[in-house]
Design a protein around this ligand. Structure first.
Ligand code: HEC
Ligand code: HEC
Length: 403
């Protein structure tokens, strides 16, 4: 039995390789430094990067914050760039780096601004929600291509990802209903994505648009896009052709920053992060019934069976749904259209802290605000929620707060 897991979490490996877990954890948490340096195991940061550790965007392995302690935009919020269906911008590449090494200027900073919007419930209650107007400032490499789309993405929680990786694909695919044959207004669709690991098209499960199929692949992408670290899956630094300093600095070291055994260890660490086990008492069952009765569970599915027979309740179908114009981020990723997102898993909401925000861009300050932004295929469920009596709405939120 391992000392690193708690017994109230759903365990992942029954015989955990502690050494590998601890090695992975150390590369996840300890800051990387720019090369050349004396700590060669951990150098190679940048030249362009957004943070120097994974944990600074995924605090306590959880989701990110919108603001850092000093009130500025947190690094957990990243800006992804695309021009049409091409997932990069000529001068800045795929993602804005808010930091650079001494000789390479950062690319830009993210500015957060919200406008307020009132929502009136049928029973007269009025609540205020925040509509995001995020933008880039201090662009250091000239202007962006005039058709650039910017998608702002909040770092997700990493707890329970190993369990998600063990859901048999057939179970996810059995919930698909792309052309809404059952006529319930909801048409879950799988994202089929290219994988650099298998060199094949695979079922996408990870990130807000399910654009990545394997945890290890996302670990390599995170290391590359968020920290400027190369690996066998992303062997070149994230400089574009117009970023001379970045290219020059990158050319000084041809070595791969994260060798395969370390990439494997980080992935192993993430695959073994447990998720809190929820007590399925009478209160829970009542809440679940309410959740199901207003149509939330049509996307936020509460039950999967892993190949070893264990049942898990991630409250997601891991499929894409059109969430309407207000949530659209204008970005197409494989089969995911501008307004389609992967159903966000709701397990772990009980650990939500005040400073942590919900939805793909962190606009929602609490669970109710997240629900009120639901549109498109989820419009009916949102309306059902709004039509509940205030007491029932409170009960539903209390149920979600315990997941
Ligand atoms: C600069 C902030 C930042 C850093 C640093 C960062 N991440 Fe992330 N991470 C994100 C964001 C934002 C997303 C969601 C991306 C999306 O939806 O496209 C994410 C998503 C993920 C996911 C997918 C989670 C899911 O729910 O499907 C994994 C796994 C992950 N990161 C692992 C890592 C690892 C490992 C590191 C360190 C090597 C790391 N991240 C460093 C911001 C960051
Ligand atoms: C048509 C599918 C669908 C239905 C129905 C639906 N949701 Fe969602 N839900 C989503 C998707 C997709 C997201 C992610 C959207 C985003 O990040 O912009 C989401 C996000 C959320 C979030 C934010 C989670 C997070 O980690 O940021 C909460 C809370 C939530 N839903 C609760 C509910 C509740 C409660 C209901 C019923 C009233 C409901 N949802 C109905 C698809 C659905």
């Amino acid at each position: 039995m391992s000392c690193v897991l708690f017994f109230n979490t759903q365990l992942l490996s029954s015989n955990l390789d502690d050494d590998k877990f601890i090695l992975g954890k150390s590369f996840f948490t300890i800051p990387w430094v720019a090369s050349p340096s004396s700590t060669t195991a951990r150098d190679g940061l940048g030249p362009l990067f957004s943070a120097n550790t994974c944990i600074s965007c995924h605090p306590s392995n959880g989701r990110g914050n919108l603001y850092s302690k000093d009130g500025v935009t947190s690094r957990s919020l990243v800006a992804r760039l695309s021009v049409g269906n091409v997932l990069k911008e000529p001068n800045y590449g795929t993602q804005i780096s808010i930091n650079g090494t001494v000789n390479t200027p950062f690319e830009a900073k993210i500015n957060i601004h919200f406008s307020k919007k009132n929502i009136i419930f049928p029973d007269g209650e009025i609540v205020e929600i925040l509509k995001p107007n995020y933008s880039l400032k201090d662009l250091n490499y000239g202007s962006l291509h005039k058709n650039t789309n910017i998608s702002y993405r909040m770092a997700t929680s990493l707890k329970g990802l190993g369990l998600i990786s063990q859901i048999p694909n057939e179970q996810i695919l059995s919930k698909e209903d792309e052309f809404d044959k059952n006529n319930d207004g909801i048409s879950g669709k799988a994202n089929w994505v290219y994988s650099k690991i298998t060199n094949k098209i695979e079922l996408g499960k990870y990130n807000h648009k399910a654009n990545v199929a394997f945890i290890k692949e996302q670990v390599a992408n995170a290391a590359h896009d968020d920290m400027g670290l190369t690996s066998s899956l992303n062997p070149n630094d994230n400089c574009t052709n117009s970023q001379e300093n970045c290219l020059k600095e990158s050319a000084l070291s041809k070595e791969i920053d994260i060798p395969d055994f370390r990439l494997d260890a980080i992935s192993y660490y993430i695959e073994n992060l447990g998720i809190k086990r929820v007590k399925k008492d009478e209160e829970y069952l009542k809440g679940l019934k309410l959740f199901e009765s207003i149509g939330c569970a049509k996307c936020h599915s509460s039950s999967f069976t892993l190949s070893d027979g264990r049942k898990i309740s991630p409250f997601s179908d891991f499929l894409l749904h059109d969430m309407g114009a207000d949530l659209s981020d204008g970005r197409v990723e494989f089969k995911a259209s501008e307004s389609e997102f992967r159903t966000a898993p709701l397990w772990g909401l009980s650990t939500l802290k005040k400073e942590q925000r919900l939805l793909h861009d962190g606009r929602a300050r609490n669970i109710q605000e997240a629900i009120l932004w639901h549109g498109g295929e989820a419009l009916k469920a949102k309306e059902n929620y709004m039509n509940l009596e205030k007491k029932q709405r409170k009960k539903l939120i209390e149920f979600l707060e315990k997941l």
